[in-house]
Write a protein that binds this ligand. Structure first.
Ligand SMILES: Cc1cc2nc3c(=O)[nH]c(=O)nc-3n(C[C@H](O)[C@H](O)[C@H](O)COP(=O)(O)OP(=O)(O)OC[C@H]3O[C@@H](n4cnc5c(N)ncnc54)[C@H](O)[C@@H]3O)c2cc1C
Length: 415
């Protein structure tokens, strides 16, 4: 027999915990359940700093039990299927659960096979990713002896789109300190056609790229990696262009161009978790098909999407989730009262703290239209233009944001 939970949340990550905390703050009478298999909750945004040797990995993880809010029914299991017509979720060993409202928030999954050779590469010392093993990333960056350091990203959407360049900027700063910069070519190969899609941020980052002598290759679609020969292979996009060119011994194979590397950093190709594939809830692009302003599923009004899994044309970040949670909550409460889910208030807000040096950061905050929309509260921190590098923003990233995450955001308190 299925057990019934009124508001069932799949995933106890950033989105799932923030929402459960807010709901139970609203009313401790609500019947809220979270399906979450992990004992540990990670603060992933600090992994960039771990990869640059300036944050302790152990401080990014805390026991899940301390953050699942009191009063939540924690189903310590994995969801294996959603049957939306039956309003049922199946799990590995806890049986199935029916729901009145379902919030799908299992984050995203990595599919390394989408870039053949990446798995083999990540087993070696010179292919790294702050997404999968930030400690190994630091060990490779700190022991780098010079050569071509290639920073890249896959063609799929990824978490925090700016992270692949953040780690590059910090690696460059470290190479300078360790004395290998003069023997190093730093290359950023991206499928994008600009360094960042928000104008004032782009202007600052192009200056950073100039200052650091980074060679940027735009319109490079990563196809495969030859981990044996240390070559990353790309198909050129229509948006291809070069900035700050340097001489590289490029390889050719049909219409592919190969960049030889001594050190390669990449974000992993990312997809919606596999258990969703058969649910009928995904769009053509493979992400949870929700209205981009109300976060309500386009076919099933009692289902909402939250966080990285959702098909939203904005950056997948925890900062975005902070603005999504109140909209999802408001809409569920409206439905519970028999009204329509009429809150269309999510404007695509996301933010990307772009660390550019040890001690400097730019804070990109933007909406669906790539407008730069800095939080007025930054002025209280004496930051009057967050599109420019600032030491106070670095301090905010390293100390302020983790504190606010664990003590405010996950506890359902306003920041
Ligand atoms: C290197 C890196 C740097 C980043 N930098 C920033 C940054 O600077 N600023 C920022 O705001 N964001 C940043 N992010 C992104 C941010 O961490 C994510 O956007 C955010 O954590 C996504 O929240 P989520 O709830 O969607 O998923 P997650 O927090 O990933 O949580 C998903 C949860 O679902 C669970 N789950 C998975 N599958 C199932 C299943 N089948 N059944 C039940 N539970 C399941 C998982 O165990 C997990 O606990 C960064 C991420 C990385 C990796």
């Amino acid at each position: 027999m299925s057990k019934h939970i009124s508001i069932l949340i799949i995933g106890g990550g950033t989105g799932g915990i923030m929402l459960a905390s807010r709901l139970l703050k609203e009313s401790d009478q609500l019947n809220v359940g979270i399906i979450e298999p992990s004992d540990v909750h990670y603060y992933q945004p600090a992994w960039t700093l771990v990869g640059a040797g300036t944050y302790d990995y152990d401080k990014t993880k805390r026991p899940m039990k301390d953050y699942i809010p009191k009063g939540t029914n924690w189903i310590k299991d994995k969801a294996t299927a959603i049957l939306p017509k039956e309003k049922t979720v199946e799990t590995v060993s806890s049986g199935s659960f029916t729901y009145d409202y379902l919030v799908v928030a299992p984050g995203l999954a990595y599919d390394l096979d989408l870039v053949p050779g990446l798995k083999e590469g990540l087993d070696k010392g010179n292919v790294i990713s702050i997404y999968t093993d930030p400690k190994k990333a630091w060990s490779a960056i700190s022991s780098f002896k010079g050569g071509t350091a290639l920073f890249t990203q896959p063609t799929t959407p990824i978490k925090c789109g700016g992270a692949p360049q953040k780690i590059m900027y910090l690696a460059e700063a470290h190479f300078k300190k360790s004395g290998v910069k003069k023997d190093t070519k730093i290359v950023f190969a991206t499928n994008g056609g600009v360094i960042f899609g928000v104008k004032p941020i782009k202007e600052t980052l192009m200056k950073v790229v100039d200052r650091k002598g980074v060679h940027v290759k735009f319109g490079r679609n990563l196809v495969k990696i030859d981990a044996e020969k240390n070559i990353a292979w790309y198909r050129l996009g229509d948006n291809q262009s070069e900035y700050n060119p340097v001489d590289l011994p490029l390889e050719k194979e049909g219409d592919l161009v190969g960049i030889p590397y001594d050190l390669l950093h990449t974000a992993p190709p990312s997809i919606a978790p596999k258990f969703l594939q058969a649910s009928g809830l995904l769009n053509e692009g493979g992400w949870l098909n929700v209205d981009i302003h109300s976060l309500q599923h386009t076919q099933y009004p009692e289902i909402f999407g939250l966080g990285d899994v959702a098909a939203l044309p904005t950056a997948k970040t925890g900062a975005a989730i902070r603005k999504q949670v109140p909209v999802v909550m408001d809409n569920i409460l409206k439905l519970m009262k028999g009204a329509e889910a009429s809150n269309y208030g999510y404007n695509g807000y996301s933010s990307c703290p772009l660390v550019t040096e040890y001690g400097k950061m730019v804070l990109a905050e933007f909406d669906y239209d790539s407008n730069f929309i800095p939080d007025p509260k930054l002025k209280r921190m004496l930051v009057f233009d967050s599109s420019k590098e600032h030491w106070r923003l670095w301090t905010f990233k390293k100390y302020g944001l983790p504190y606010l995450y664990w003590n405010y955001m996950l506890k359902g308190k306003d920041v």
